[in-house]
Design a protein around this ligand. Structure first.
Ligand SMILES: *Cc1c(COP(=O)(O)O)cnc(C)c1O
Length: 424
């Protein structure tokens, strides 16, 4: 990015004033700190609350009060079809066809449901490939599925170690792992964006490579959804799962999502079934035989939590208006500015773990505090006391993620100034 950045408030405020997405910030509730807005860089952990969420939940509470069971049919947005009201916006955010996505459950539950269908180990092909240092849920889930099928994680779980300077993983390393182990790998399960170091993975290249070795491919998009434009359908991935409380701003414990590629729309692979996955046309005949509905919807278990889907509907509507391409354009500049500030102003304090090439990272920069854990904790606590919210990852990393929907260039500058005043 050949922008001429400047470390002055005048420059940052001029960028904010010229930002075509600047008005979206007003649609969010920014947590206050000592009478002013805090500097919130934690949208990669819990996105901020859209103002419209309270009324959207209130409307469903009113329907429940006034219509009770009739709300399934007569609510303004009938509950019977409620998950369908988020479908198209969700599909746009992840680059899928509308029948390939469903909002349901939470990430961990969806990961297990997807593995029930897409991890079908045999005596010859039973391994799962994940990245070393994967998020605990992902590691626990794949390990427990391996055991559930009677295999041993010691031989069936392959963890790909980082081969690049900061511990990130090159495509060449993935190629080597598949060349070596491909014939015994049943499932390749990698992130869209690695949560700890912020590295972006090339979903399409990984899928093509893994498929050429006869493996199924799934992606955990917890840190990718709402952060980067995705092309899930074109990637060819078999499945993907995500949560909606990070970049998607749908609230703590929000309803997650799943993608099932259309080639599996009428899959006869085993699945764990529930009545909401049954063919909609005959669901209420309440017959004993499960007939899955077409597409990702066929993996649903339960009638959806309406009060939890209401915020997701609101937040996805914001993404529709903002557009993932425009968000990404701003994100590249905003994170580019943060990157520039760290390199030019804070090089004695912080080193960037996240890859520097814009195509290999999203909003987040993972910043290692030079000098170790105690120093890192001291800086982190100083930032928190001064109204700068990032998050801490052991042993010495602070993750800072400017979200293009509500963060400003001036926020990035305020972060740099807070670090500088701590360092002095
Ligand atoms: C946030 C996150 C999760 C959380 O899973 P939940 O089921 O939503 O609690 C799992 N995996 C990754 C990679 C994450 O970043």
């Amino acid at each position: 990015m050949s922008l001429s950045y400047e470390a002055t408030l005048a420059w940052a405020q001029a960028q904010d004033a010229a930002d075509p997405l600047r008005d979206f910030r007003d649609e969010f509730l920014i947590p206050p700190h000592e009478g002013r807005d805090s500097y919130y860089f934690c949208g990669n952990s819990l996105g901020l609350q859209p103002r419209a969420v309270r009324a959207a939940i209130g409307a469903e509470l009113d329907s429940w009060a006034e219509l009770a069971v009739e709300g399934h049919f007569k609510s303004t947005l009938p509950w019977l079809d409620y998950h369908e009201f988020v479908r198209d916006d969700l599909a746009a955010v992840v680059g899928a066809k509308s029948g390939e996505v469903v909002a349901m459950n939470t990430l961990g539950v969806n990961l297990h449901l997807m593995m029930v269908s897409f991890y079908r180990p045999t005596a010859e092909r039973h391994a799962i490939l994940i990245e070393g240092g994967a998020f605990p849920t992902d590691r626990y889930a794949v390990e427990s599925q391996i055991r559930f099928h009677g295999f041993d994680p010691a031989t069936s779980l392959i963890e790909l170690e980082g081969d690049e300077a900061n511990g990130t993983i090159s495509m060449a390393a993935i190629e080597r792992a598949l060349a070596q182990h491909g014939s015994r790998i049943a499932l390749v399960m990698l992130p869209g964006v690695q949560y700890r170091n912020g590295q972006v993975f090339d979903l399409k290249a990984i899928t093509e490579l893994a498929h050429s070795h006869g493996c199924m491919v799934g992606f955990d998009l917890a840190h990718a959804v709402g952060n980067l434009p995705l092309q899930l359908h074109d990637s060819g991935a078999d499945f993907a799962i995500w949560c909606s409380y990070k970049y998607l701003n749908a609230g703590p414990g929000a309803v997650g999502g799943a993608f099932v590629h259309e080639r599996h729309a009428q899959s006869t692979l085993p699945r764990f079934a529930g009545w909401w996955g049954h063919d909609k046309a005959t669901r209420f005949q309440m017959g004993p035989q499960f007939v899955p509905t077409h597409g990702a919807d066929g993996w649903q278990l339960s009638n959806p939590p309406i009060l939890a889907l209401a915020p997701l509907r609101v937040s996805l509507e914001i993404f529709r208006r903002a557009g993932m391409q425009r968000l990404r354009e701003k994100s590249l500049k905003l994170t580019g500015y943060l990157d520039w500030l760290v390199r030019t102003q804070l090089a004695e304090v912080l080193e960037i773990v996240t890859p520097q090439e814009p195509a290999r990272r999203g909003s987040q920069l993972s910043l290692r505090v030079i000098g170790g854990r105690a120093r890192g904790r001291d800086l982190f606590e100083y930032l928190t006391r001064h109204g700068v919210t990032g998050d801490w990852r052991e042993p010495d990393v602070i993750r800072i993620s400017p979200a293009p929907l509500y963060n400003r260039y001036a926020d990035c500058l305020a972060f740099a100034e807070a670090v500088t005043s701590w360092h002095r």
